[in-house]
Design a binder for this molecule. Sequence first.
Ligand code: ATP
Ligand code: MG
Length: 367
Amino acid sequence: MAKVIVNNLNKIYDNGFHAVKSVCFEADESEFVVLVGPSGCGKTTALRLIAGLEDITSGEIYIGETLVNKIPPKDRDIAMVFQNYALYPHMTVYDNMAFALMLRKDSKAEIRKKVDHAAGLLGIESMLDRKPGQLSGGQRQRVALGRAIVRNPKVFLFDEPLSNLDAKLRVQMRAEIVKLHRQLGNTMIYVTHDQVEAMTMAGKIVVMKDGIIHQIDTPLNVYNHPANLFVAGFIGSPAINLIQGKLVKGDGKLIFDCQDFQLDLAPHQTEAMTGFINKPIILGIRPEDIYDSVYDMMAELPQKMTAVCDLVEPLGSEYHVFLKTKQFEITAKFDPKQLPKIGSDLQITIDMKKSHFFDPETEACLV
Ligand SMILES: Nc1ncnc2c1ncn2[C@@H]1O[C@H](COP(=O)(O)OP(=O)(O)OP(=O)(O)O)[C@@H](O)[C@H]1O
Ligand SMILES: [Mg+2]
């Protein structure tokens, strides 16, 4: 177990592409940190820099107290689990898991103990004599995890280790990795483009885009207090609704006006937003903070409006309702009550207390 500190990390590839830009973050001892962001944002590059598989252009990486910039990968006491497993096809599961320990010249008995223990944790005890070709994708992924576990490294690095698995197995394996982390207590840095994986697994989320970190916080803080438009839009499914309008002065309050409808701001928003009167602004409201007015009981600051029901996706446990006003399309997540009729006018309630406002120029979340 060791703390990882990444300080002002930059990677410019030989072709001049700046893939990681002044990245700073820390993974505390025993912490589970998830780097999340869209494809190409520099997640794998950042992880490979920490692993030592890529030379850094500038910046510092500490593992524990040690500056590892110049330390070769094998001496960094890390284990990396890749998306494609990278198992040796000609070796048995046992030998795949034991390989690094054999190179390290651990005793046979010691290796047996460690491999058996890891296989037990992962439920693959009965497969130790098989070759990777005789395993399912999920089982291969377990072997790849086992190979990392037996080494008991200071730090685990995961690069999208579940993306080759089917949806059900992915859900199962992500819970298993979280449990494993709880049991082992090692520091883990996990890379994914899947925001659900990030939300469900992380102690701390690092949100990246175009090589830059946009926010570092707990999953719930990232969800409830997104730093900017990008984070708000990237985290959450269905995505947050973003509606362009302006703020106008009402009677002792501020009103959001987008022409199609007007909504009163909550008192704390009015206070924070007085500098934006008559200026363009973007309202952000998550689908679950929009209610069918007939059943509305949850909104803390209910504001009503009308929209046409354009499409309904009944998922069983919830309905995703796609609404239309003259200019905007709005997605709502309703409790499964009465299925709204397509094409009908729906009275909806927006919980303004849960809404956010973004500056269209800087894209920062203002409140
Ligand atoms: N060897 C390289 N030379 C030049 N550019 C590279 C190299 N490797 C990666 N890149 C570029 O750097 C950027 C970041 O790549 P990286 O693999 O880190 O993205 P990622 O966030 O892991 O994406 P994904 O989710 O698709 O795996 C991409 O635009 C990629 O094209
Ligand atoms: Mg990648």
